[in-house]
Design a binder for this molecule. Sequence first.
Ligand code: URP
Ligand code: ZN
Ligand code: ZN
Length: 475
Amino acid sequence: MQLDTLIKNGLIITAADRYQADIGIKDGRIVALGQGLEGADEVIDADGLWVMPGGIDAHCHLDQPLSDGAVMADGFESGTRSAACGGTTTVIPFAAQQKGQSLRAAVEDYHRRSEGQALIDYAFHMIVTDPTETVLKEELPALIAEGYSSFKIYLTYDDLKLNDREVLEVLAMARREGGMVMVHAENADCIAYLTELLESQGQTSPFYHGVAHSAIAEREATHRAISLAELIDVPLLIVHVSGPEAIEQIRWAQGRGLRVYGETCPQYLMLTAADLDKEGFEGAKCVCSPPPRDKAAQEAVWQALESGVFQVFSSDHAPFRYDDPQGKKLHGDEAGFHHIPNGIPGLETRLPILFSEGVVKERIDATRFVALTATNPAKIYGLYPRKGTIAIGSDADLTLWNPEARTTVRNADLHHAVDYTPYEGLELTGRPVLTLCRGRVVSRDGEPTAAPGHGRFLKCDKPQPARPRGAAKGF
Ligand code: URP
Ligand code: ZN
Ligand code: ZN
């Protein structure tokens, strides 16, 4: 067979193996793995490079409609361009239901926003904010079966949060239908109480966002979400975990044999509350929820990555421009922390940061890097083995890494539409030098090479990790 592309002499690294071999690509898929392969229209020499599955960023926000008037800087075009340049080949952003809106309408609207825009492949999670009877009995079962098999629920934010009864109904539906539930676990009343207290004392600078979003509020909500999922006997994934309090709950649940999964993000490895405590309004750049905590929390997050408490490493890219009345300065540059849009950018820096700080500094090995950034998200969200691995028949989504190349992070070199990166000046070792999505080169040396429209929408299967443990509960 004449191949379209042959990647020769690379060191292939998957979540399981590490071996020297050539990769043959035909019609966007991997069709041959072996030594001394020949016969291709295009040959890429990967001598000295590591060839890994393209990254899957399973938690990012692109062109998400918001109820407070803020506008996300990145849509599918700039967001996926940025992701591709950072070695990512699939993103999973969120089709968010507004309260009172049909979930189906939210999904259709999100298709309109993404159609023809993406450079790399994409699937949708949903955000369920209004679990009406129609949503639970009709819309969600149909959508899950049609390829939207995961969704996020919130325990905080006034316009998004569910009460415990609603959470139980949603979890029971997920158990019946085989959907994967992601939860934003922070206690809304704790945050509201602390916010009012801080405001009454005039403590409103961005630093106090971190005080209001206490780790205890995160711990309580994490434990509650786990307990509700245990009651229903359904798996659950706790997203964007910030430190030891929530980690302890997840480890405890896993130790009891519950199917509780965990996700963390670069900001919890690289930032601390000090980044919120900058001159003037600068701290707003790092306002996200849960907030970055302290050095001890960073260490706990590293340990949980090493020991397997976390399965997924995502960016939680939530792109708001800093110097912009639709972004971080929505309510001006003296606004109280409570009024600052939450979220930080990170699509393009996610993989290079974990590679440099984790693999190069030997906190995690390269196979775990692949598991956390590609293979596990593919499995957990129903995309495996089409995505997330290097195997015969899988899509040729590949990232070639120069493990020794040095870079300094500069926002001017990134491709998102945000006017800052929290990692400005960070020195990294290891760089994605070539990224292929379905056999097509989508970035080379940190620059995009594909056009909008190359990326395709992916329907997700019902994920095997979303299956309950099998205890007969009668509902
Ligand atoms: O602050 C954050 N994380 N913003 C994005 C929305 C979310 O809750 O993930
Ligand atoms: Zn969240
Ligand atoms: Zn998020």
